[in-house]
Design a protein around this ligand. Structure first.
Ligand SMILES: Nc1ncnc2c1ncn2[C@@H]1O[C@H](COP(=O)(O)OP(=O)(O)O)[C@@H](O)[C@H]1O
Ligand SMILES: [Mg+2]
Length: 226
């Protein structure tokens, strides 16, 4: 699904974001990217959606070199590689339903299909009863479930979640990763960036550990010793 071949990202001020990183992620894998703040986790995610371009190296998604994509092909890449954020990034003046509808509106999905897909994903994230609530009326865990619903409604191949539990208490955090695991088992590749060691150790998935932009470990069923 995804390959990085000796990918280096050096920002314009000279800071190294990522240094000669190579890895492969297969379809339907679940991977944690771990490492302290500044390790390069967000850089990996931005590169994968072509929000930034590598200084060197090759990134492929579904066998395509994404840095050779034409500009007009980038929205399709970003539908295929969807994103969840630590701060949720929901629109405050829109209901849960309207927030989840947004990607489908942008993609021009028909009204009946839109309604069906929204109902389906809200059920999946267990928010069917809160479709008409506004973000201010929801808990942190619920807000992130809206973020996840918005990410899966476009049927992406991959979901990137950048510190998705960073604003949540441990119980809500556990529930969010459990939900990602359920989505993963229903055939979606999941990549979660986190520096929460407890959470990583509860789930025993593949771990890719970064430090100063370098991969220092890539291990299945790994423990995170911070
Ligand atoms: N736009 C940018 N310009 C300069 N340096 C940046 C930029 N974005 C990130 N960095 C630097 O790149 C390194 C990796 O950052 P990042 O990928 O955000 O780390 P993480 O997500 O693991 O905390 C850090 O040293 C950070 O300061
Ligand atoms: Mg980050």
């Amino acid at each position: 699904m995804i390959t990085f071949e000796k990918v280096t990202k050096r920002f314009s001020d000279g800071t190294l974001g990522l240094g000669e990183a190579s890895f492969q992620i297969k379809t339907n894998e679940f991977v944690f990217f771990i490492g302290p703040s500044g390790a390069g986790k967000t850089t990996v995610m931005k590169l994968l959606r072509r929000e930034i371009s590598p200084s060197e190296g090759v990134i492929t998604v579904k066998d395509k070199n994404i840095n050779q994509l034409e500009k007009q092909a980038i929205p399709a890449l970003r539908r295929s590689v969807a994103m969840c954020y630590q701060d949720f990034r929901l629109l405050a003046d829109r209901t849960v339903l309207e927030n989840v509808a947004l990607p489908l509106e942008i993609a021009g999905v028909s009204e009946p299909e839109k309604a069906e897909r929204i109902a389906d994903v809200l059920k999946k994230v267990n928010l069917g009863k809160k479709a008409n609530f506004f973000p201010v009326q929801l808990s942190g865990g619920e807000l992130q479930r809206v973020g996840i619903a918005r990410a899966i409604v476009g049927k992406p191949d991959v979901i990137l979640a950048d510190e998705p539990t960073g604003n949540l208490d441990p119980e809500a955090a556990f529930e969010i990763i459990k939900l990602f695991k359920e989505i993963n088992l229903a055939q979606t590749t999941i990549i979660v960036a986190t520096h929460n060691a407890d959470l990583v150790n509860q789930f025993k998935e593949r771990v890719i550990e970064l430090k100063h932009g370098k991969i220092i470990r890539d291990q299945k069923k790994a423990k995170y010793v911070a």
